[in-house]
Design a protein around this ligand. Structure first.
Ligand code: GEK
Length: 249
């Protein structure tokens, strides 16, 4: 059955009944992505603006900032807007052609600001990370198969400057089944307050099954520590969505 999006950029991707298919970052999703992520991730705009604030504090002169799974560059632009100096380079990476095509246009349209952002159409599992004072994984790691996550963390750690900051935002699950159920339920109620119908919520949930694989905060911490990071903690959480910071010594 036909699925919907509209020219105003409102997310109606799951609004009509459709055959179950796995969620993909295709043209239809990219065309409504800003609306989709703002209405689907509690605290998204707060997280994005605070990533800019964190960059102001930790981006060192001449360094690189990697935005892995950049989508339309929400985090990259927040960083570029916030940084007082010009001596940095943002590398925004995504493996969705629909996303990078749009991001490249946004960068061109943003004038001087855009000259600091480089958009790469790449699988981040294969990307080189070099001389980074900050690495951002804003709701991206959850889409990487779990078996590849440890190697990715090690590669990121290796590519960072001492004192560098990693920000990881993720949908999380809870070891306590009662809490897990409560937070998922609260999240679905939150989506209803954002104008999504029960059909949209359940169809999107089904499409994300086996595509978005959440882990516990403890699993994230353990992997980060194994890769060498220290001072690992959660700086933002709302229901089953959290953002963590971790530092390289
Ligand atoms: C934001 N960070 O607005 N390589 C590169 N990109 C990938 C890969 C991969 N292997 N797998 C998935 N992606 C953004 C939001 S969205 C989160 C990030 C969401 C990309 C994928 O194409 C998509 O654009 C992004 O990761 C995840 O701050 O939609 O919930």
């Amino acid at each position: 059955m036909k699925t919907e999006s509209n020219s105003k950029g409102t997310d109606r991707v799951f609004a009509t009944e459709r055959l179950p298919t796995a969620f993909a970052f295709d043209e239809q999703v990219a065309s409504v992505f800003e609306d989709m992520i703002n209405r689907s991730v509690p605290g998204y705009s707060t997280i994005i603006s605070m990533i800019g604030v964190l960059a102001e504090r930790y981006c060192t002169a001449g360094s690189r900032i990697y935005d892995l799974g950049a989508s339309l560059g929400g985090a990259s632009f927040a960083v570029a807007h916030q940084l007082p100096h010009k001596d940095y380079r943002i590398i925004a990476i995504d493996n969705s052609e629909a996303m990078t095509a749009r991001l490249a246009k946004k960068i061109t349209a943003s004038g001087e600001l855009g000259t600091h952002i480089e958009c790469r159409h790449e699988d981040l599992r294969l990307s080189e990370i070099e001389d980074a004072s900050m690495v951002i994984l804003n709701f991206t790691l959850q889409f990487i198969e779990p078996a590849a996550r440890e190697a990715l963390m090690r590669k990121i750690y290796e590519g960072m400057r001492p004192g560098g900051l990693l920000v990881i935002s993720e949908k999380i699950r809870f070891p306590d089944p009662q809490l897990n159920e409560l937070f998922i339920d609260l999240y679905h109620r939150f989506k209803e307050t954002q104008g999504y119908s029960k059909l949209e919520i359940s169809q999107k949930r089904a499409a994300l099954e086996n595509v978005l694989i959440p882990e516990t905060l403890a699993a994230h911490r353990e992997r980060l520590a194994l890769a060498g990071f220290h001072s690992i903690d959660t700086w933002f959480q709302c229901f089953n969505f959290a953002s963590m910071v971790a530092f390289k010594e």
